[in-house]
Ligand binder design. Structure first.
Ligand code: C5P
Length: 220
């Protein structure tokens, strides 16, 4: 059967990665979490003591590091210079800095090239902010997933399972990140014209996955 590409975009905590993972599994496709790639560069820069605002040093870091993604049953595994950073890139420090680093055009260009290559053979479910609008404009299925900020914060809260995190603070952080992602100059978070909008505030995971699979099946 001919394979297609699926682009899943939306704001932080809309459930993109969970949905994308389930859809990829059901279709026997590869799941690519592009947010993890921006997070990996952010993590490496922070490790080196580089401030996210130090654009030149961040670009240098991004160019020199080895970033590898591996598909795994439990989800995509991310390696930086041979180290598994899959969990480390989910820290609060990375959360706070990632949208600053994701504004840098050179960083985006580097990652977008990688993302296009991964999707060239089709059979990919890719989640991010600019996939339908910029990375894979020809994706056969484009979905823009969203939910109210409170619900998105609650979902992230459950998923993070880290001590000392305050729900209100998390909601504030998510809104700040969305604001930066929507207003940046280069490939901002935007619903592609031909993307289907899915507001998942009142939907459970199964319903969302089924809705996405229905769209996919109509294209293969
Ligand atoms: O999806 P996740 O919340 O892990 O993404 C982290 C950050 O990476 C986003 O807030 C955004 O700043 C950036 N990002 C991006 N473009 C993508 C994916 C993520 O700018 N395609």
């Amino acid at each position: 059967m001919e394979k297609i590409n699926v682009a899943l975009d939306g704001p932080a905590g809309a459930g993109k990665s969970t949905v994308a993972r389930h859809v990829a599994k059901a279709m026997d496709y590869i799941y690519v979490d592009t947010g993890a790639m921006y997070r990996a560069i952010t993590w490496k820069a922070l490790q080196l003591g580089i401030r996210p605002e130090d654009t030149e040093a961040v670009i240098e870091t991004a160019r020199n590091m080895k970033l590898e993604l591996f598909a795994h049953e439990s989800g995509q595994q991310v390696y930086v210079d041979g180290e598994n950073v899959t969990e480390l890139i989910r820290s609060q420090e990375v959360n706070r800095a990632v949208s600053i680093i994701a504004q840098i055009p050179e960083v985006r260009q580097l990652l977008v090239e990688k993302q296009k290559k991964i999707a060239a053979a089709k059979g990919v479910v890719m989640d991010g902010r600019d996939i339908g609008s910029s990375v894979l404009p020809d994706a056969e299925v484009k979905i823009f997933l969203t939910a109210s900020p409170r619900i998105r914060a609650e979902r992230r809260f459950k998923e993070m399972n880290q001590p000392g995190i305050d729900l209100d603070e998390l909601e504030k952080q998510i809104c700040q990140r969305d604001e930066m992602d929507r207003n940046r100059v280069h490939s901002p978070l935007v619903q592609a014209e031909d993307a289907v909008l899915l507001d998942t505030s009142d939907m459970d995971l199964n319903e969302v996955v089924e809705a996405v699979l229905k769209l996919c099946r109509s294209k293969v």
